[in-house]
Ligand binder design. Structure first.
Ligand SMILES: Cc1cc2nc3c(=O)[nH]c(=O)nc-3n(C[C@H](O)[C@H](O)[C@H](O)COP(=O)(O)O)c2cc1C
Length: 408
């Protein structure tokens, strides 16, 4: 856990998005970080120091000239005792102060006095964000090495206006903080990797589709683990209900044909990891209108046709990545089928998992569940990994991919 034991100094500016800070503090603390907060005078118009102090379980600092605080901690210690300084929401006003070196309250003085990395999460009305003054301040801050997260596009809380300026969501800010504090080695830096994840939906008519039980948990975890090792990850995801992993470029698709096109568009790449449970078949010719249930007519006959085989296509592609990894979900003869797949699909590695109900992994089964039992099959043989969480499988597989790419 990157955040375990880390000390975050959170400077809360006076914007409507200050309410999201309460959630941010919780998310940071549940990951093992301690959070100490400085609030501007304006911030206290939006959230109370009482709420911020209760959630951070620490004193809240706001007055530069508070004799007790200055004696106990002091603005210099406040700014130096942290591992990272985060400003959220960063108002137009705070950005302007930072860019110009103003230090006329505790927040701005602390920012001037710090020797730590600073991450800011701007939040403001789209017009304020696109104002030439803010654009200048942003460029200056970037030049000064200040890191940014967001803002995103969306509706403004206060005005019903929409546009750029919405503060990044707490979990995005957490991911940005983790990325800045992550000191782990980056063996995949400079490598581009394409990952597929989730199921595909094959339309029958405008309202019905054929799908499978894949949740995307394993593929998304692998994409995240590869990104943490420094890879530029392009994730092509089928329809899933889980969040996009941090630090990954994501393209969302529905059908196998769309997934194949998105994967090919992402080539060339150093490696491809094909985790998605791509539907083998689709119905021939999607009906343009909803198929009606008609009395006396019986159910429609669905004629199935084969979908493109994405793994085999990429395994034999003119632009084939150096390393091609496929997943094989099997309910019987897991190892035999994986070995056969290795050859047929032109893959270097097959991660074979037993998705049968009696695989013993857990009651909910591998598909949709949180644990996995896999075997890694290559031309050199097969290695069985003990049952572990999908996140652990992802971390181990990412390390194996780094080793394979490094050695080539
Ligand atoms: C209801 C309301 C919402 C505001 N929301 C924002 C905002 O989202 N972003 C921003 O930069 N300023 C916003 N402001 C203006 C700031 O509160 C104002 O510039 C203040 O001086 C900022 O002080 P600070 O930077 O010291 O926190 C808002 C003001 C009001 C009254």
């Amino acid at each position: 856990m990157i955040l375990s034991g880390k000390r975050i100094l959170l400077i809360i500016g006076g914007g409507i998005a200050a309410y999201k800070c309460l959630d941010l503090i919780r998310r940071l603390r549940e990951r093992g970080a301690s959070v100490r907060c400085v609030m501007t005078a304006a911030a206290q118009e939006f959230v109370t120091p009482l709420a911020v102090g209760a959630l951070s379980a620490d004193d809240v600092f706001s007055d530069l000239f508070d004799r007790q605080d200055e004696h106990d901690v002091g603005h210099i210690r406040l700014s130096r005792e942290a591992d990272l300084v985060v400003v959220a929401p960063a108002t137009a006003d705070l950005m302007a102060k930072m860019a110009n070196g103003l230090a006329n309250d505790l927040a701005s003085t602390t920012l001037m006095a710090t020797d730590k990395k600073v991450l800011i999460a701007p939040a403001m009305n789209p017009r304020m964000w696109s104002h030439p003054a803010t654009r200048r301040n942003r460029a200056t801050l970037e030049q000064d090495g200040v890191a940014f997260v967001g803002p995103g596009r969306g509706e403004m809380a206060e005005s019903g206006e929409a546009g750029d300026g919405r503060m990044a969501e707490p979990l995005e800010i957490v991911a940005a903080i983790e990325a800045l504090l992550d000191e782990a080695p980056k063996p995949l830096a400079g490598r581009k990797i394409v990952v597929t994840s989730g199921p595909t939906h094959e339309p029958i008519d405008p309202v019905r589709y054929i799908a499978n039980r894949s949740s995307g948990k394993q593929g998304h975890a692998i994409a995240g683990a590869l990104a943490r090792l420094g890879a530029e990850v392009h994730l092509v995801s089928g329809p899933v209900t889980i969040a996009d992993p941090a630090g990954v470029n994501v393209v969302h698709v529905e059908s196998a044909r769309q997934m194949k096109a998105a994967v090919e568009a992402a080539l060339p790449a150093d490696a491809g990891v094909f985790v998605a449970a791509v539907a083998d078949w689709r119905t021939e010719g999607e009906a343009g209108e909803k198929i009606k249930k008609e009395v006396g007519k019986g159910p429609p006959a669905l004629q199935m046709v084969e979908n493109p085989d994405i793994l085999a296509t990429i395994g034999h592609h003119a632009n084939r990545p150096k390393l091609v990894v496929g997943f094989a979900a099997e309910t019987q003869n897991v190892l035999e089928n994986a070995r056969a797949k290795l050859k047929k699909k032109g893959a270097d590695l097959i991660v074979a998992n037993d998705v049968s109900h009696d695989s013993g992994v857990n009651a909910s089964g591998v598909m949709g569940g949180d644990r996995n039992l896999v075997r890694i099959v290559s031309a050199d043989g097969a290695e069985e990994w003990p049952e572990m969480s999908k996140n652990e499988v992802a971390t181990r597989l990412a390390a194996l991919i780094a080793e394979k790419l490094g050695g080539q």
